[in-house]
Design a protein around this ligand. Structure first.
Ligand SMILES: [Zn+2]
Length: 113
């Protein structure tokens, strides 16, 4: 991988990290417990609970991805970025463009699934 490519992926990762952090912060209110008397307009308590569970699920996914993005940024510091953590082969730049936080090559990712 060239230094230019590395720089490009770093930018993608930092942008993803900032975006994920912001949306996790935004959601803090949406994931707070639903109070027993909560009714907003035509929203029933059941609707509110469903909306909250969806928000929790999105938050859970965002947190998981944020961890992967931060791990990828750490691998960048240590020089291991773009190397498959399972087989030690290079991960193709095409794959990293889609998922800059990927730590497995296409082959290993499919193998594990
Ligand atoms: Zn691999």
């Amino acid at each position: 991988m060239t230094a230019e490519q590395l720089q490009e992926f770093r930018k993608l990762l930092e942008a993803a990290r900032d975006e994920l952090r912001a949306s996790i912060q935004d959601q803090a209110g949406a994931t707070s417990p639903v109070s027993p008397d909560r009714a907003i307009g035509r929203l029933t308590r059941q609707d509110a609970i469903q909306a909250q569970q969806m928000a929790l699920e999105i938050r859970r996914r965002n947190l998981a991805r944020l961890q992967q993005v931060e791990a990828a940024l750490r691998r960048m510091e240590s020089g291991g970025y773009g190397i498959c953590t399972r087989c030690q082969e290079e991960i193709s730049p095409a794959r990293l463009k889609v998922r800059p936080e990927a730590h497995l090559c296409v082959h290993c990712a499919e193998h594990i699934r």
